[in-house]
Design a protein around this ligand. Sequence first.
Ligand code: ATP
Ligand code: MG
Ligand code: MG
Ligand code: MG
Length: 538
Amino acid sequence: MASGLKRLSRFFAPLRKFKPNAETSSSELLTNYGYLRQSSSGVYNMLPLGNLVQSRIESIIRNRLDEVDCAETSLCTLASTKIWKASGRLQTGTEFFMLEDGKYLLAPTNEEEVTSMVAELSSYKQVPLRLYQISRKYRNEKRPRGGLLRGREFTMKDLYSFDETMNDAMTTYRDIQGAYNRIFEDIGIDFEVAEADSGSIGGSLSHEYHYESDAGEDLVVKCTSSSCDYTANTERAVSTAADTSVKIGLADAAVKFYALDETLPSKSEKSLTVYAAIFPAGRSINPHLLKGHSAVQGSELAEISADSVSKMSATILPLIDTRVEYELSKNREQLTTIITSLIEPDNSNHSKYSVVEAVQAPIVEVQTGETCPSCHSAPLKIVPAIEVGHTFYLGTKYSEPLNARITTQSTGKMEPLYMGCYGIGVSRLISAIAEKTRDSDGLAWPKSVTPFDAVIVANSEADALKIHQHLSTHNIRAVWDDRSTQFGVLLANARATGFPLAIIAGRSYTQTGQLEIQLRNKPAKSHPPTLVSLDDLG
Ligand code: ATP
Ligand code: MG
Ligand code: MG
Ligand code: MG
């Protein structure tokens, strides 16, 4: 240990016999290559390798936020529900984990907490303030999925800003947006900044940061012209469309059903996703859009026709709200019949499917011919995406009810602070980056967040140590994979675990002192192999 040689065997990254392919999900890759372990649905333990990736993401965030005068804080997780009552969110929220008969909740976000904390401010001289933390958040998600993409316990960076005037708050908003752009550029994965509707959190200015990905549960509306950068989330696109009479429409209501076909032998074949959507009269839906949005292979679309809406509304409509899961358990039988008839309208076999779960689904319809509300020339397209960050201008939504006021310079009176809040899905980013960069050989980390820059494949500790020490002097963070003695296994794992560089001390090293190097972003077998001497590295 004293030698400083880092060994993978010390990182609790147990080797599993596993061969990835193009279809392997990022959560399977992260599990099988020793980054994380599931504890229960939507709850994960981060293994040391996963933790290293997370720390690197956190450092990028800290560096860029420090540059725009943000100070790191650490807020409580056990949040008193009193202040959540005062803001009104306790009454409307649905994703809380409650404790002690409603006395506490496990913080899902912290606008209430931080606003009541800064309520002791009294003068404009004490602002602006930009406080952030990186901590675990808790949301009782109906359907956790995709490993770290949607967890019930997850790590989020949350930042809150307090300014004297709305103008100052806008300056802050732009500063933080600048920092966000630099954070996502540092990570190095292409991202989209979408205009967003601020929805239930209030306020009037909001943006979402997205990675385009089939694994995402969001949809982003984009202009197809390369000279126009119009990008919006669906809610925003719909509200913009209302102003400009562009025909983009959300379905009036949509439900996504997860059904099991009991007649099929294998578990994976049994699962089927069915979408049922009720549209305003005269609207039709593009099935490709729905399929693009689906997370399950082999999805089928079932559209409820206008004349069956009245028949079904009595049973389906009560389900289309946030209580859908609870309602479902009461109405399982009814729903099974409905869905069966949706899937096979002419089939009398009504006992084939059993409903596992139904969730509210945002379904967007875009009609062809319609044009971008920004450039007014090119058509729009919709792409599935992963939301990795979100910025909101909040105004005085929380400072008024929680009494966070200061005397202002202009009026001399006590006025509420102008606020903003800004989130980044830190743990979600691990899965999202894995998803964006993986290939059929496994994980492939970008240099920005990789747990180690290089993995050393060598059968002798002395060789590994020599290489490791040389790399350390050149600030290359390397690790020796000592979990196996089989060269073939080590080579496959070096690639699949996703380190950007593998340094191989094989036969040529013993014979000629030449190391082979393999770059993760180049094909596995290069002919002839790239050979270097130790001094060439660094
Ligand atoms: P989503 O639409 O995916 O449910 P959200 O809009 O509810 O996310 P925000 O309240 O905006 O989430 O939280 C800020 C960020 O935290 C999000 O942009 C996302 O990256 C991350 N996040 C939110 N919920 C989860 C979750 N359940 N698991 C992992 N990350 C999450
Ligand atoms: Mg959410
Ligand atoms: Mg969202
Ligand atoms: Mg959001």
